[in-house]
Design a binder for this molecule. Structure first.
Ligand code: CA
Length: 228
């Protein structure tokens, strides 16, 4: 049973989400304010956080940033009515892993939650150590080191790097990355992929010996075997 934190000030949406997710076997803590969410996030670890950005007591991006700081391992899915917020929230700035644009159907949200909780069965098994040049991706420990120094990555950045590292030096299509790292049945926007690649690149660029990610226009990405 997954532990979910639902942060939503709208009574109708919050009630429907909590009831629906509980009916599907999840433990749900529903908070209506940013303060409530931050208190809950400080108290225990959640597997996944559904976060409405339009809260009465604090800016949504700031709430996201603070929830991320308190819950480094949780998947954060942002719920927003404003698509212009997505770039800021998904990625380095605020640390969300995914988003849903309001209005959404409950079935759509449930599919997305399930996909995140399944943690991508096609990713390499936990005992795998992937070595790319001076970079070691320890799948079990979810740790990446470059020449012995750890590079801190968020959940989906790690999954993305691990997926690319399995086939280092080989082109991996956008469709494959979306299917393996996010959800096999999600054929929606792939903006999330680009934002995560950008964030991953920035983090890897800080380590001189880390491999580079090459963009293959119209196809996908390739993790280079050697840093050049
Ligand atoms: Ca709201």
């Amino acid at each position: 049973m997954a532990e979910l934190l639902v942060v939503e000030d709208d009574e109708t949406i919050g009630t429907a989400l909590s009831a629906g997710l509980r009916a599907h076997g999840h433990a749900v803590s529903w908070q209506r304010t940013a303060r409530g969410a931050l208190d809950a996030a400080a108290g225990r670890a959640f597997d996944l956080v559904l976060l409405d950005l339009g809260l009465p007591d604090l800016d949504g991006v700031e709430v996201c940033r603070r929830v991320r700081a308190a819950q480094p391992a949780a998947v954060i899915v942002v719920l927003t009515a404003r698509s212009e917020e997505i770039d800021v929230v998904v990625g380095l700035e605020a640390g969300a892993d995914d988003y849903l644009t309001k209005p959404f159907r409950f079935g759509e949200l449930l599919a997305r939650v399930r996909a995140h909780l399944r943690r991508s069965a096609v990713l390499p098994p936990p005992q795998t150590l992937l070595t790319v040049g001076a970079t070691v991706v320890d799948v079990g420990a979810r740790r990446v080191t470059v020449a012995g120094a750890e590079v801190a990555l968020r959940t989906k950045e790690f999954d993305l790097l691990a997926r690319l590292a399995v086939e280092a030096g080989t082109a991996v299509s956008r469709e494959t990355l979306m299917a393996d790292v996010w959800d096999a049945h999600w054929f929606g926007s792939t903006k999330t992929l680009d934002v995560h690649v950008a964030a991953l690149r920035r983090k890897l660029a800080a380590a001189p010996q880390a491999p580079r990610i090459t963009t293959l226009r119209g196809h996908g990405y390739r993790l280079e075997c050697s840093a050049d």
